[in-house]
Write a protein that binds this ligand. Structure first.
Ligand code: PGA
Length: 250
């Protein structure tokens, strides 16, 4: 079965509740457009805007940008999975490089969060990717392998089958410095092989996205690659017109 393409917008720390609501209203048209093209779409707003976006467009896939692995407790400033579920959220981005770099996310905490999401029946978008230093030292595959294997440790086959993994080379995020489509294909196919070794044919269904300076002008090239099942998009997902152009150009 062919894997359905997925285009997910990562809004990071952008948009107030009102601005998110505005986008969500307009997203009804985007969703109809994406449906007609046979593409899945979604957005990841800040926690504060999750309810508003769901309210305006209940059919849109909406992800939190992070979560805690415990259900509750003394973790000031954190958000637990049952709190997300209560407001109808069933997707979560895990291990984005900005969380790894600025907020101490590790392979171990990613793994704990993925295990907790499995228990809760949620869908993760699990991010992996090497830094510029690691890339220049030729260590991309070593790093991606470590992140992927540690992240997926102990997960069930069905969960892996249904999850999303995003390969985002850190040096290409928000820099306008794209990884070539050949690099994207090479690493996404490498990740699929890692999944195959651990989880057999779940590798055929797991969706693997490329992320890092994806724009309407280059999205097509990435998505033509055999093992690239979609894109995780930051900057170019913030405006309705640009999101629409991304869908259009797939
Ligand atoms: P970018 O961000 O598209 O702005 O490079 C991608 C991401 O961080 O997911």
């Amino acid at each position: 079965m062919a894997r359905k393409k997925l285009l997910f917008g990562n809004w990071k720390m952008n948009k107030t509740i009102a601005e998110s609501r505005e986008f969500a209203k307009a997203s009804k048209e985007l969703l109809a457009f994406a449906d007609a093209k046979g593409v899945d779409i979604g957005v990841a707003p800040v926690y504060l805007s999750l309810s508003a976006v769901k309210e305006e467009n209940p059919k849109l896939n909406v992800a939190a940008e992070n979560c805690h692995f415990e259900d509750h407790g003394a973790f000031t400033g954190e958000i637990a999975i049952p709190m997300l579920k209560e407001i109808g959220i069933d997707w979560v981005i895990i291990g984005h490089s900005e969380r790894r770099t600025y907020f101490g996310e590790t392979d171990e905490t990613c793994n704990k969060k993925l295990l907790a999401l499995e228990k809760a029946g949620m869908t993760p978008i699990f991010c992996v990717g090497e830094t510029l230093e690691e890339y220049e030292a030729g260590r991309t595959k070593e790093v991606v392998k470590r992140q992927t294997l540690k992240g997926l440790e102990g997960l069930g086959k069905q969960f892996v089958n249904d999850m999303v993994i995003a390969y985002e080379p850190v040096w290409s995020i928000g820099t306008g410095k794209n990884a070539s489509k050949e690099i994207a294909q090479d690493i996404c196919s490498f990740i699929r092989e890692l999944v195959r070794e651990q989880y057999g044919d779940a590798a055929e269904n797991v969706r693997i996205l490329y992320g890092g300076s994806v724009k309407p002008e280059n999205v097509h090239d990435y998505l033509l690659q055999e093992d690239v099942d979609g894109a995780l998009v930051g900057g170019a997902s913030l405006k309705v017109d640009s999101f629409k152009a991304l869908i259009e150009n797939i």
